[in-house]
Ligand binder design. Structure first.
Ligand SMILES: C[S@@+](CC[C@H](N)C(=O)[O-])C[C@H]1O[C@@H](n2cnc3c(N)ncnc32)[C@H](O)[C@@H]1O
Length: 385
């Protein structure tokens, strides 16, 4: 009899999940973290299942399964989550290690990271790519994993969830969840956007990245919790308007709940300033002023230019503005004057680069520009840099 001490012996969580695998499995099934192979076997026994790919990060587990389980429908491979997995599946099953390391069990089959949800997080960030449009995911976790956090991670990945079962086992609750792609995700995939991945959370929206026509793109999605109304439409509208003047990342398409634009890869302005030489820094600052002048002329106020740390990305030696959430029409736009404020606030960093900002003079020139936003007054400001 072959045995392997790193094989997870089926417990309550395994049998809870197994029940739903028997009920729901069909077509192509992926069993992630197969352990003893209990879920793979349950799936394969369902006549609606054509094939099962069972994976585990541990080599010993895969060797054990290959020796002990002989079923023509099941193939076992070693893989850290989806690393060696190819194709799309109707059903993805995962009974992950989900306990926090704080419990100090030092066991790969049980511990999901410091907080307990880290392996689930990695799994959810990638699962969509391996799930067919109408496919389902069956996921187990515990109250010790933090239910609200797991639900947040699920939603962040544009998935809907349903609690299939909850059982109190000694000191914890065990949950079995069924996840599906939500309407927005299906809509984005319909647009032929692939590899959609959660990227970051803003005040009013979530940012995803994806691939479209072989290029990396960004997708800004409305945060369902945000009270702010029409923000997505507003930002898309300004981007479209500013793109005509070659400002902002190129808008690709939009709807009321999202918009997609080219992804700008580069350094945030302060990081760029810190790592670049004087000539390059001067060029970027002047270029930024020129673009902001165009916005002033168009009477479009971008706002936040006094602290544009996360709003200007330098890519291929040229500044790109991002985030037009607070953009609006204004009779007296403050783009240039705010950027002058920023220059003064980073005076020391600029000095390290050999660029001296004479604060009182720049302040005075900003005032003159405010009263008369002309090109010659802009030139006087740029002359200070
Ligand atoms: C809780 S056990 C579940 C085993 C079995 N599926 C069950 O339901 O009884 C978790 C399994 O996931 C595997 N595992 C842990 N981290 C993994 C990862 N990053 N990728 C794939 N498998 C992983 C472990 O080796 C272990 O076999």
């Amino acid at each position: 009899m072959v045995s392997c001490k790193s094989v997870y012996e089926p417990r309550e969580d395994s049998t809870m999940l197994e029940k739903y695998v028997r009920q729901c499995a069909e077509g192509k099934v992926l069993d992630v973290g197969t352990g003893s192979g209990i879920q793979a076997i349950a799936a394969a026994q369902n006549k609606d299942v054509t094939s099962v790919l069972a994976t585990d990060v541990q080599k010993g587990v895969i060797e054990y399964c290959r020796k002990c389980i002989k079923n023509k429908k099941i193939k076992f491979i070693q893989s850290d989550l989806f690393k060696n997995v190819k194709g799309k599946f109707d059903v993805i099953v995962f009974n992950p290690p989900y306990l926090p390391q704080e419990l100090k069990l030092k066991d790969l089959t049980l511990e999901g990271g410091k907080k307990g949800y880290e392996v689930i997080e990695r799994f959810l960030n990638e699962a969509n790519e391996f799930l067919k449009t109408n496919g389902i995911i069956l996921l187990v976790f515990s109250s010790l994993t933090r239910k609200e956090k797991v639900e947040e991670l699920i939603k962040n990945n544009l998935l809907d969830f349903e609690e299939l079962e909850k059982q109190r086992i000694f000191f914890e609750d065990i949950y079995v969840y069924l996840l599906r792609k939500n309407g927005l995700l299906k809509k984005l995939e319909n647009k032929k956007i692939s590899s959609i991945k959660y990227f970051a959370k803003g005040h009013r929206g979530f940012l995803f990245t994806g691939r479209y026509k072989n290029k990396k793109i960004a997708i800004k999605v409305k945060n369902p919790k945000s009270e702010a109304f029409g923000r997505i439409e507003n930002e898309a509208k300004w981007l479209k308007r500013l793109n005509k003047n070659r400002i902002g990342p190129k808008l690709l398409f939009f709807d009321k709940d999202y918009f997609a634009y080219e992804f700008i890869e580069g350094d945030f302005i302060l990081d760029f300033i810190k790592k670049s030489n004087k000539i390059k820094v001067k060029k970027i600052i002047k270029n930024t002023f020129s673009r902001l002048f165009i916005m002033d002329k168009l009477k479009i106020d971008k706002e936040e230019m006094h602290r544009p740390v996360k709003h200007i990305i330098v890519c291929k030696d040229s500044p790109h503005f991002i985030d037009f959430e607070r953009c609006h029409y204004s009779q007296y736009p403050k783009n240039i004057t705010q950027f002058c404020q920023f220059m003064m606030s980073v005076e020391k960093i600029l000095k390290n680069k050999g660029i001296t900002i004479k604060k009182p003079e720049l302040m005075e020139l900003a005032k003159v520009y405010k009263n008369n936003p002309s090109k010659s007054n802009l030139k006087r400001i740029m002359g200070m840099i």
